[in-house]
Design a protein around this ligand. Sequence first.
Ligand code: CA
Length: 550
Amino acid sequence: MVVLLRYCTMKSESNPPKQRKTGLRRQDLIRWGALMLLGLIFQSTAWAAIPPVDQPNIIVFLVDDLGWQDTSVAFSGEETAFQKHYRTPHLKQLANRGVTLTNAYAHCVCSPTRTSILTGQNPARHRVTNWTLYSDRDQSGKTQNIAAPTNWRKEGLQPENQTLPQLLKTIGYYTIHCGKAHWGAMNTPGSNPENLGFDKNIAGHSAGAPGSYQGLDNFGNHEDGSPNPPWGVPDLEKYYGTATHLTDALAMEVTAALDVAIDSGKPFFLYMAPYAVHTPIQAHPRFIDNYRGQKYSGSEILIPEEEACYASMVEGYDAALGTLMAKVRDANIADKTLILFTSDNGGLSVLGRNTTPRGTGQNTHNWPLREGKGSAYEGGTRVPAILSWATPDRGSRLQQRIPIVGGSTCNTQFISEDIFPTVCQWAGFDIANATGNVIDGVAITEYLSATQKQAQRSLLFHYPHVWGPQGEGYQPHSALRYGNWKVIYFYGPQRWELYHLEQDIGEAQDLALTEPTQLAAMQSRLIKELKNHGAQFPVDIQTGKARLPQ
Ligand code: CA
């Protein structure tokens, strides 16, 4: 192209024009015609192959049910005893290269968070407010006096919603889903990630858990290899009958899919969502000996069998992360690849996990946070989050556009729906063009540096359901964080609670009675946000009417 333009210029310079009489000379016409033709060729080529900005590869690595401290990385300023217990060296390496977010949140169960990631909307707006499985059955429980909203989207996310991978495809991305999907209910279009904007789906379907993590169990499918819905994991037949753990199988499959993406010459978006560390809690054979029969680090407390299995699953997801980091490094694209690591809700601290880890008492797996997955308290929603280039390179023009300071910590508030606009910004897509959705999330890239402080914002949580397990905060609720204040409304007892998270991250001291002015301000904010998002409310069983906060 440059050579041809130079040729046109040289031709005109080597034949100085005679005095122009009228209009353009034939020579000029030929020259400009050639330039226009070349320009058109260049433009059409550019439109097809060259993106509007340098586009990074983007990996969203979403671990299922991973608690705030189920990593080797400290998210509270200092390492907790549990963080000494878990081994995640690759995540630690990622944190050393990137930024650790200390105020990151998800919603309290799976499908609401996953739908928020794909739509950029808060659950109060997209209305997939509980986990999904059957489109005609409500998985929600009931209390004595209230039931779930009548018309919440039991069918889950469906193709009529504009999704993040759909948008990324329009600007040239190859899009891959690997692992747990859990968007659309069984036998609906949304149960297949390829109907939600992904070019390639590996092992994702409607279920939110695997029948088994073991290849020897055919990942929960029948002994003869035939599908066993809803819990049998699809697509991984070649590992049936082998001693392959599901997380390892996913890692192997996704590296093969990345070869296709890399060969295509397109940037890729990979949504890597291991089924781990969701129940069933089963040993990862490669790592279980690091924990089984051992004592907690620095203590004489024997690790319970359930916790040994859980820790081996934690180390398993980290190994998968390491596989991906090695893959992009070996393909020489690590400096063009961004990784966002997080979880879809807080760590499980009930059901089969109600053991007494480290002698801290029942249901304290997220200590010092209160409770876990499904609860209104911080243990239910506060999650780990790290953003990093796979390999930092200060000289890279692409990395200068999306700067991330290695080894930094950031207290910017971040919630699942922020992933949509943040990824769009990285990819060079202006979300003002995303006309299909109202976007509730905020692109956070500019707030990752110490110099750019985020304006105070309201983080809204809306779970008008009974999840199931008994415990503190597992009832229908809405909550809102604004600055360091957090207000919770429980629809059953119609009770307000107020906490100051900077002073009391464990939510031990309810300030609703002693801080009436602050409570009133927070109540007002929560009610306003629920209204603005078009929230659906639990139903009073006696009257049949929606029960609003009051
Ligand atoms: Ca989950």
